[in-house]
Design a protein around this ligand. Sequence first.
Ligand code: NAP
Length: 259
Amino acid sequence: MVYVATAVATKSVGAAVEGLKALGFVGANVTIPHKEAVLPFLDRLSDAAQAIGAVNTIVRKETASGEAILWGDNTDVTGFLAPLMPFKSQLTGKPMLIFGAGGAIRAVVYGLLTMLKPSRLSLVVRNPEKAAPFMQDMAIYDPTKALHVTTWQELETHLPDAALLVNGTPLGMYPHIDQNVWESKAYHPHQIAYDLIYNPMETSWLKHVKAAGGLAISGLEMFIGQAAAAYRQWTNQEMPLDLVRQTLLDWRMKQEAAP
Ligand code: NAP
């Protein structure tokens, strides 16, 4: 098998998907800006892709009658949840807090509501009206009405009892690596901080929470996890996680050393 990267113009998304089928590809990844545009050209969608309204992985499958169909999935959900699974019992049913409510957070919220069932899931946003359609989309996965919007001014109220904190904003992303999402004296050792940012691998915010005794998870784990979930579906094999992680770390070190 080979994995190639190809740029596709917006007007050619449908033709590109049809081409995958015609050429007998086992599947494809889809990235920005086509994750939503690809939906109408797929034969079936996973529950996650349907809930989130975005596809990052296409898998060729065969129906019982031998017909090839293209199935769309969103492996950002599995990828996000993967590094949290060792803490599943510790996190299940606990209050959680998320900074931001953009594209990536859709997968995060769906994953948390369906897998870890938080008692409260606070979304910290700049503009609550902008988050309203997303809140409506998620309502059917939220029978206990755990999900609610809060503002940056009010977030300290929810910070101390949050067992999991997730950063879904670009605050702290390269080149603004000195930006810290939220400085606070309220962080404590029983919290897990998960930054979706993977460049840098450890953001200023993760360092800040770690200094208070909390556990830090880098966005690199989600990045690797979403790839592993796609790889598994195309090959029926496990992706060599350690090799991939080491290759990415070596690549990053070379980049940082470059003049
Ligand atoms: P996005 O759709 O642009 O959403 C960004 C969110 O952050 C929005 O809610 C936005 O609020 C908020 N925000 C932006 N600047 C802010 C600021 N200065 N102060 C407060 N809030 C701010 O971006 P995205 O695609 O969700 O990506 C978000 C982050 O996740 C990025 O760092 C990206 O690299 C990372 N990511 C990681 C993975 C992974 O595999 N690890 C996958 C996808 C994304 P407004 O709506 O008010 O602008």
